[in-house]
Design a protein. Structure first.
Length: 132
């Protein structure tokens, strides 16, 4: 299986998580976010073993940013009174991605940032009242 197929599968798993979170089915959403993370790790491993392409790096970075930015939006849909907190988180995620690309100029994945972000999203799924 190619890294690009795993990248798209990870994005699809993340996409399925969004309505689950939006409909307050947080544990189902968390399950799909876990699946997304596993597939994201797998696509990186496959890309490193077979060699990365410029398109593959771009696809991975783009889909990762889109899905990551959509998660706070899903929480805002679930509980509109927390939309302001979601928008500040979204702004921070976009600014972080832009700064990372501007400084490094490459598509190097940010594993530490992804891990911390996953823990934050998981905590928000388990304890949604803590989201804002």
């Amino acid at each position: 299986m190619s890294a690009n197929i795993l990248t798209v599968a990870a994005a699809l798993a993340g996409t399925v998580a969004l309505p689950e979170i939006g409909y307050r089915k947080y544990f189902f959403g968390l399950g799909f976010l876990v699946l997304r993370g596993v597939l994201d790790i797998a696509d990186g491993a496959v890309a490193r073993s077979r060699g990365t392409t410029a398109f593959g790096g771009y696809l991975d970075r783009l889909l990762d940013l889109v899905i990551t930015a959509a998660v706070p939006f899903a929480f805002a849909l679930a509980e509109p009174e927390r939309a302001l907190a979601a928008m500040f988180l979204l702004l921070g995620l976009v600014a972080r991605a832009a700064a990372s690309t501007a400084v490094s100029g490459d598509n190097t994945p940010l594993l530490v940032g992804k891990s911390e972000l996953f823990v934050a999203f998981a905590a928000a799924c388990v304890f949604p009242q803590w989201f804002s």
